[in-house]
Design a protein around this ligand. Sequence first.
Ligand SMILES: Cc1ncc(COP(=O)(O)O)c(C=O)c1O
Length: 511
Amino acid sequence: MNISDHDYLKKILLAPVYDVAVASELVLMSRLSQELGNEVFLKREDQQPVKSFKLRGAYNRLSTLTDAQQEAGVIAASAGNHAQGLAYGANVKGIKATIVMPETTPEIKVDAVRRFGGKLAEVVLYGTNFDQASTKAKALAQEHGYTFIPPFDDPDVIAGQGTVARELLEQNADLDILFVAVGGGGLAAGIAVYLKQLKPDIKIVAVESEESACFMAAKAAGKPVPLPSVGIFADGVAVKIMGEETFRLCDRLIDETVTVTNDEICGAIKDIFDDTRVIAEPAGALSVAAIRKYIKQHNVKGKQLGGILCGANINFHTLRYVSERCELAEQKEAVFAARLPERPGAFKGFCEALGGKNITEFNYRYGSGEDAHVFVGVKLKGGQQEFALLHNSLGDKGYDCFNLSDNELAKLHVRHMVGGRPPTLLNETVFTFEFPEHPGALLKFLNTLGERWNITLFHYRNHGAAKGLVLAGFDIEPASRDAFNQHVEDLGYSCKDVTSDPAYQFFLAGE
Ligand SMILES: Cc1ncc(COP(=O)(O)O)c(C=O)c1O
């Protein structure tokens, strides 16, 4: 490929994206700016007709098709913002678009593509995961002569996304640092190749979800490499391997990288809501999450910082999870485990020892032993430092406590299950599973697990995301462990043995 930076500049300046996209506003986040002591600006890509920037790249690529290619139609594999952008753009241009999505794609996403694509869009549901859908899309492209439109690793897609930077410079050329989310790297590459030619002193920080940091992995390896697993909370950036061309550009042009946790993303969704009343999708809030983190880590003051609200296609019910988690992100809540003596009055004594702290959660069930194990949430005003003081003071009073504020298993599952210790000794092994979420998915999951192994614990809660998250324990005789492992592998769901997790061991494991 090896297109020069200068050619990219030309492509970006000539990209006809305004046939369909709007020049989105750059707004000052006044509340957050005041809190952080810096001016924070937000580029409102939620204002695009498909509620994400993805329309820019897809439309620009469509604009390069020959008449014959337009006549034949285009195809993509995506269940996300690329699908919607492509369907919308193709409809405007009068091009037939086929979008292949996994059969498990939530109805709401299928409907959105049909709505944006009008009569010219066809949705093909195929396979149970993205890789299968992608293979099918490439086969259909061959068979019917459709042009395959990639979501990020294509110079015209990259240039289309680069138009965001073109507007940014016109809106505020004095930014000190710009934070850009990275999934496959199309947005970051397009922005970087433009800014580094026209305003190289603007520092560009790439932001990745901790659960899908494929750019960091590529940097470490010197080339794009697949991640062993990818978390799906920020589904817009849940990419397993970075693009070749996007890596070539980002590796050279991006100044720094930052990763953020799901809790930090939830906190950023709230920050964005507080300032703008817009609800960002998790991937869309990545840059604001990074701004908060970066300012703290680098003690930044009085600077002009930019973030991009790159998408707002969130499933409404995901907000339940977001609201639960953002207090932890802001360190306004801590959750921890404590061991109390199992005797009358012990609870009262413990509550007194908490020193009047506002308790947000308290989970306990009588066990048979001498100790009671409680799961406690407390409101904090002074962050983790305040928790450290509380921890010390509880320790001084003889309570054995440990912090669970960063323990994913504890926050997602164990808090809802405290006290479920088995009455007899079991060969219990505990796994987390991810399965594609759709109506009836939980039952299907249970059916596929089969009845050969006794399920000893189970926790599932619908978070409104594309994947369902389950914690399940099984009583597995040592002799049948190999057969069980094989069965789990055959299920094809992403799964992890978490038997040694401290939250599980403390509250749930047999003694
Ligand atoms: C909302 C949102 N943010 C960020 C990204 C990441 O973009 P890229 O794959 O170009 O890095 C995407 C990609 O679909 C997205 O939908």
